[in-house]
Design a protein. Structure first.
Lengths: 138, 138
DNA sequence: TTGAGTGCAAAGTATTTGCATTCCA
DNA sequence: TGGAATGCAAATACTTTGCACTCAA
């Protein structure tokens, strides 16, 4: 896990620290997580690790292209690893559940936007709000 | 402008106030706006109107179905009127500009998600992040 | 008249920043 | 050793809430 981290850091002349390793690992383990959730996870192994460090590190990892985030809910950014298949997020407005869907579903959208507006879509950042099957059934 | 407001309020037994009229008007004028921007706009005509009222009113207008919001950027929700054509939002990561695109572009996406996941998409809430034509050209 | 709505101030939550200390290279 | 990175605490931003006053019905 997190093999790319060391080389990405070195390539930029940045330092490899335990905190950075732990934060990336937490994101990969949790799959979808807010900064708070990352903190809780990393503190199991490093209780003194600080929330500021989580914020700073998430931003760094994002710069390095190792994680991205999407805004799934009101204010809460949710981070996830860029390893694994591209996916987009389905956020249920009723129950708050977040599902993943294949990014393929959005390729046509991306193509249309490119054609109409010359806009290059980042599909991974896409959050679709709506109602999930379970909630719709009720 | 804002004809629907009075009847929507009365239908619920709520009161028609100048503040509510002004907030809705501001959203319709500004097209895309944060609570802060709404405040600035309404204060031109009602300097004493408070930010709390803006928040409360935006939430109410949303309940009434007269406005929606999307999370275009980090923490700032952006409100817009539900009058006019359905549209989705293209947010440029480089320059921060927000464009609108026809919601039609996302119909296929919505259909696919329904089919694969039984998920009912609210296209109006959709924010697509990426790079706009101008920034891509550089 | 009366209670929904507002303004104000204070509280709550999320995120960022300055600075002294730590520790990687 | 030197400076990047961290921990801590304080600052900032955003949003919500309690309460007394106002005003639409």
């Amino acid at each position: 896990m997190a093999e790319g981290l060391e080389q990405a850091l070195r390539a930029r002349g940045l330092r490899v620290t335990e905190q950075r390793r732990l934060v990336l690992e937490a994101v990969e383990t949790l799959r979808h997580c807010t900064p708070e959730q990352v903190l809780a996870q990393v503190q199991e192994q490093a209780p003194s690790l600080n929330l500021s460090t989580v914020y700073r590190t998430l931003e760094l990892l994002q710069d390095l292209g190792l994680v991205t985030h999407a805004h799934l809910d009101h204010g809460a950014p949710t981070y996830h690893s860029t390893r694994g298949r591209e996916h987009l997020h389905l956020v249920c407005r009723s129950c708050g559940k977040v599902e993943e869907a294949s990014a393929d579903a959005a390729h046509q959208l991306a193509a249309t936007l490119m054609e109409q507006k010359g806009f290059i879509s980042d599909v991974r950042h896409l959050a679709v709000h709506g109602t999930c099957r379970d909630c719709a059934g009720e």
